[in-house]
Design a protein around this ligand. Structure first.
Ligand code: NCD
Length: 383
């Protein structure tokens, strides 16, 4: 017997969604394969239940998410950035693990969409008094937020909470598993800077074993034909990583000079000191063998770009001249993070708009009654 979860979809209609779909994090409401390609974008609407991981999503679903971030990128450039799209909605931000960028970015995204936020400060909360993860989640949920954004040090924690809550859950990083919004903002940054995110040589450097950022990047970019070179001390780059995404070319190498050869994209990772008992190398040896400096960067492709999810350990994994240099995308990533998270929050809270356009753009060019009737009819036909 299929277990199902009751959810309210846009329009107030109650529907039973099989739990598997909810765990998959995505639900497609239009049957795109029966439509002619030209019509797909007009009638294809995705409604998210949760966003827990990028691994189960298809290339079309991922591209859809990135395309939905575009209007939010435009809004960032506008002098008045606040919309009323999610006015009256509340986003719970439950960060059980430290965060600067991701927490503030989700908070800013919520504010720019007009939503209120509830903030859990893990250090100052009853978690310190022994309250369980689930009890904390139930209590926050009892204050009736419309979405639960959470970060936790345990892999699978977001998935676990999502099984118990009746509101959408967004994974803002779970242990060493995934960090979906980071994977999306990285892909958006790559696509903007290089004009494509397809068939690229992507080198990921550092503590890959413990990195949820590396996993989300591999699961996303791997679906667009990218090839991966993973490099770092052998204890952080075990050969088993070559098999984490079947069908995606992944190789592990242990010499940085070899790893950088012909790379289009270089993703630097922080040494995850909080997940280590014993660092495998001293800081000095790490710098000697694996620090990205200007000389080593010259081995990469002429137009290679450098990404880092932050926080950067300046002078350890990367030199300041590279971190702040013309090939670095570090601050673009942060800017794009707000846009991606606006798209995510909008899609999980309000669902995709029936015309496929961002509500901000719809407000600017309000469609005539006749055209919105037609869009509704064609969307229903594809349901
Ligand atoms: C990453 C994280 O926390 O997973 N940072 C982030 O979200 N900006 C990577 C890290 O902490 O090194």
């Amino acid at each position: 017997m299929a277990v199902s979860t009751k959810v309210i979809v846009r329009g107030g209609e109650n529907k039973q969604i099989p739990r598997a779909c909810r765990l998959r994090g995505f639900r497609m409401t239009s049957c795109a394969i029966f439509l002619q390609p030209a019509k797909i974008w007009r009638t294809l609407t995705y409604r998210f239940r949760d966003l827990l991981a990028l691994e189960p999503l298809t290339a079309d679903e991922l591209r859809f998410l990135l395309d939905r971030s575009k209007p939010s990128q435009e809004i960032q450039k506008h002098p008045l950035k606040k919309l009323a799209t999610l006015r009256g909605k509340t986003v719970a931000l439950a960060f059980f693990e430290n965060s600067t960028r991701t927490r503030i970015s989700f908070g800013t995204a919520a504010a720019r969409l007009g939503a209120d936020t509830m903030n859990l400060q893990a250090e100052a909360s009853s978690i310190k008094k022994g309250e369980t993860l689930l009890d904390t989640a139930f209590n926050l949920n009892a204050m009736k937020p419309d979405c639960f954004v959470m970060r936790h040090s345990a892999s699978g924690a977001a998935d676990y909470v999502a099984r118990h809550l009746d509101i959408p859950v967004v994974n803002a990083g779970d242990g060493t598993h995934e960090h979906p919004s980071q994977g999306l903002l990285d892909a958006l940054t790559i696509r903007d800077r290089l004009g494509t995110m397809e068939n690229l040589n992507v080198t990921i450097l550092g503590d890959i074993l413990h990195s949820r950022v590396a996993r989300s990047n591999i699961h996303l970019l791997g679906k667009f034909g990218c090839r991966f070179t993973l490099c770092g001390p052998s204890i952080w780059v075990p050969r088993e990583l070559e098999k984490i995404a079947p069908g995606v070319p992944i190789r592990c190498v242990y010499k940085m000079e070899e790893a950088l050869e012909d790379a289009h994209v270089i993703i630097m990772l922080r040494v995850q000191t909080e997940r280590l008992n014993d660092p495998p190398l001293s800081a000095n040896d790490y710098i000697l063998l694996y620090q990205l400096n200007a000389k080593r960067l010259r081995r990469a492709h002429r137009n290679a770009i450098v990404l880092h999810p932050g926080p950067i350990n300046r002078g350890i994994e990367i030199t300041p001249d590279v971190a702040d240099g013309p090939q670095s995308c570090v601050l673009d990533q942060v800017t794009n993070g707000v846009a991606v998270r606006m798209a995510i929050l909008y899609l999980v809270i309000a669902g995709a708009s029936e015309s496929g356009a961002h509500p901000a753009l719809e407000a600017r060019a309000a469609p005539s009654e006749e055209s919105s009737k037609k869009t509704k009819e064609s969307a229903n036909a594809g349901d």
